[in-house]
Design a protein around this ligand. Structure first.
Ligand code: ADP
Ligand code: MG
Ligand code: ZN
Length: 190
């Protein structure tokens, strides 16, 4: 992602990082947060309370990269936590959030903040997560990452659920999900 050098000071915008599971979304989010911290910007990082994989005070990528984060249940809580002088607001796993997140991100960007969001673009049935679809349409910058297909090694953009759960949101890692390419992904029948 190249940020336009002509962007004026204090202008906000929205950046989206999307893709299937294991595609490096969290790693990329952490990289952008670290870069902003090196530039001495005030950053606030959020995660969903639903994401209980790694504790409730940090974000950790699948390769154990870790940064501190505030865990919240709703998009409204994010607005309450963001401080006036914060320059960068980063949010991971936006697929876990309510629809209100779209307006929250727009409000923060309109206030001059750089908003970076990361999350799944589609669920285990390969259907779009509505919050992500809306934010991809409204964002200034969209990055789509691909993972490696666990069956054949080709670039993968699908998340195959290997457990039998039928709920849309089931928190898990390699025990319940695999990255698959278009050929190797099998859409669940029911
Ligand atoms: P995401 O947030 O998109 O689920 P992470 O950023 O947490 O992904 O983790 C990405 C890391 O996961 C990769 O750098 C790699 O070390 C590891 N990984 C494990 N399985 C795969 C896979 N099938 N394809 C790509 N990376 C994988
Ligand atoms: Mg992640
Ligand atoms: Zn494949």
């Amino acid at each position: 992602m190249v940020v336009n050098p002509l962007i004026r000071h204090k202008q906000g915008w929205i950046e989206v990082i999307c893709g299937c599971m294991f595609s490096g979304k969290t790693e990329e989010l952490i990289r952008r947060v670290r870069t902003a911290l090196i530039a001495k910007q005030k950053v606030q990082l959020f995660n969903s309370k639903i994401d209980t994989r790694y504790g409730l005070d940090s974000i950790i990528s699948h390769n154990q990269n870790k940064v501190a984060a505030i865990c919240v249940k709703t998009s409204a809580e994010i607005l309450q936590h963001v401080e006036k002088d914060t320059q960068v607001v980063a949010i991971d796993e936006i697929n876990f959030f309510d629809k209100g997140l779209v307006a929250v991100c727009e409000e923060l960007a309109n206030k001059g903040k750089r908003v970076i969001v990361a999350g799944l673009d589609t669920d285990y049935r390969a259907e779009p997560f509505e919050v992500m679809a809306a934010l991809m349409a409204k964002a200034e910058y969209v990055t789509k990452n691909l993972a490696v297909c666990t069956k054949c090694g080709n670039p993968a953009s699908f998340t195959q659920r290997i457990s039998k759960d039928k709920k849309r949101i089931v928190v898990g890692t390699t025990d319940s999900y695999q990255a698959r390419c278009r050929r190797c992904y099998k859409k669940p029948r029911d």
